[in-house]
Design a protein around this ligand. Structure first.
Ligand code: NAI
Ligand code: CS2
Length: 487
């Protein structure tokens, strides 16, 4: 069958243009989803184009994505990224993937053995917030998580990313091999620290000596990752087929913007990703906070209130002056004041750029997609700035409206009375609370008392209860559009 590896592509397509046989699987990446394809793998491809770098990937999907891995293998691990600007598209074939594995058809042992190969220097991850099996409010390992319980009982056949990493490190230690760096590329505040704490706690529960060895030998750099990469749809896949001249089921569309700030803390070497535009810094945390609060915080705000207001995509919300202004105010009045940035950081310029990026009409980023997994996202995106305003005694009505929007959304019924398909690891628990209260403002303190999402000093704070209740009441009485306009 014709595919991207055996067909002449349209001449405007940028091909790898280097000898791919020199690449080795020095990075095992967990989470071959939409984002990794358009971000880390693309930076690594660009590095191989610009230098004689031999850094390549073995891609692994631990949950779902079997078909994607099969399709990737059929096309020699090549795939396409279409960078869609408001005016033009850039189409790039990515060559940095050498091989792939999936436990469903290759078995758990093959994945662990790959991670234990001597040349592997980095295990990186885009496994979503819930992949860390951590309590979202505290970032500490959730010992009651079903995957954690299963992996502690059966460590040779793990299911969770933590289980795989700890088992592979155990094998490396037994074989006298160097450890690898564990690099999180997820939207988790202090992602390296969360990964480290969850992995160490898990390892210590399994074997205290192994835990101590990991603590002494493995590094967990934090990273700030940014590029808007909506899930692929039939429409985007068809568009890419037209641009490419052949079908590529592994292709993905994204925005032109990309940013990657990485803590320079690697135990076994690293690619010079800076040559492809990444930045290595000593402390990533301020950049992570800036991005999580300003970009992701306003994204979640727009996702819940936009969905309820009848807007299917982020770019649709940006056509409504009320939403556009509220999103900018959320960035500048609710989130920016809470940040502690290096001198000279232009937060207003950053906010304007974000509004432009959200406006990109070529990017169909569903509000429903961003609304997913809110219980894991809200604490990271709104919790820190909420604490700041409580300490300062300043106005946080935008944060209250965002949280009220989430509460109204997880009731699973929209403003027209239609069902909402709520996807969240805590969906059942959230629905049970909402079912008791119906769409009554009494649901607000009940949801605020879920400590995995809201630490008690936030959830039990009378000012928070008041502000969120008032926003919730407005959503019930006037609806999302009027509530946002009134902000
Ligand atoms: P996706 O849905 O395309 O892929 C999700 C990936 O996570 C899949 O590879 C899946 O196998 C894996 N996964 C899911 N649950 C898991 C679990 N419990 N344990 C281990 N692996 C698990 O999503 P996408 O777009 O690739 O995003 C993944 C993450 O990347 C996001 O949650 C976010 O943290 C980060 N990210 C995404 C951006 C985007 O615009 N899509 C931009 C910046 C960061
Ligand atoms: C979004 C992010 O899905 C979401 O929750 O807020 O994936 C967002 O698109 C990225 O972080 C942009 O870098």
């Amino acid at each position: 069958m014709k595919n991207i590896a055996n067909t002449t592509l349209n001449s405007s397509t940028m091909q790898p243009g280097y000898d791919r046989s020199r690449l080795k699987s020095k990075i095992v990446h967990l989470g071959f989803g939409a984002f990794h394809r358009a971000h880390q793998a693309l930076f690594t491809n660009e590095l191989a184009q610009k230098t004689d770098s031999d850094w390549g990937y073995c891609e692994v999907n631990l949950f779902g994505g079997e078909e994607l891995i099969e399709q990737l293998r059929e096309q020699d691990h090549l795939y396409t990224v279409a960078e869609k600007g408001a005016e033009k598209n850039d189409v790039k074939v990515i060559g940095s993937v050498c091989e792939s594995l999936h436990p469903t058809f290759d078995g758990e042992e093959a994945v662990i053995e790959k991670m234990a190969e001597p040349q592997v220097a980095i295990v990186s991850m885009t496994i979503t917030e819930k992949g860390y099996c951590a309590d979202p409010a505290t970032g500490k390992l959730d010992k009651n998580n079903a995957l954690v319980i299963a992996d502690l009982a059966n460590p040779n056949q793990p299911k969770s990313a933590l289980g795989y990493i700890v088992q592979a490190l155990k094998v490396r230690r037994e074989r006298g091999l160097t450890p690898f760096t564990v690099m999180s590329c997820d939207n988790v505040q202090e992602n390296g620290h969360v990964a480290k704490s969850a992995i160490l706690e898990f390892a210590k529960l399994l074997d205290a000596e192994l835990g101590a060895w990991i603590e002494a030998n493995v590094t967990f750099p934090c990273t700030m990752v940014d590029r808007i990469v909506p899930a692929a749809t039939e429409e985007t896949l068809n568009e890419i087929t037209d641009l490419l001249g052949v079908q590529d089921p592994c292709s993905i569309a994204c925005e032109p913007f990309r940013q990657w700030v990485i803590e320079d803390n690697f135990v076994a070497g690293r690619p010079d990703w800076n040559i492809a535009g990444a930045e290595f810094v000593a402390d990533v945390v301020p950049y992570e906070e800036m991005k999580l609060r300003m970009l992701n915080g306003s994204h979640s705000f727009l996702a819940y209130l936009g969905y309820l207001g009848g807007y299917a995509h982020i770019s649709d919300t940006m056509t409504d002056e009320g939403y556009r202004k509220a999103a900018f105010d959320m960035m500048m009045k609710a989130q920016a004041p809470s940040l502690n940035m290096p001198e000279g950081t232009d937060l207003e310029g950053y906010a304007k750029l974000l509004i432009d990026r959200f406006t990109n009409p070529s990017l169909k980023h569903k509000t429903w997609q961003i609304a997913m997994d809110g219980s894991q996202k809200i604490p990271q995106r709104m919790g820190g700035s909420l604490r700041f305003h409580l300490e300062q005694g300043s106005d946080f009505k935008w944060l209250a409206a965002g949280i009220a929007g989430w509460m109204r959304y997880v009731s699973a019924v929209d403003e027209q009375g239609n069902e909402i398909d709520v996807r969240d690891p805590m969906a059942e628990q959230l629905k049970a609370v909402c079912d008791v209260h119906g769409q009554n403002v009494s649901v607000v303190p009940a949801l605020l008392s879920i400590e995995a999402v809201f630490a008690p000093e936030i959830g039990q704070n009378p000012q928070v209860i008041d502000a969120v209740s008032s926003a919730y009441q407005s959503l019930i009485e006037k609806g999302a559009r009027a509530t946002v306009a009134a902000l």
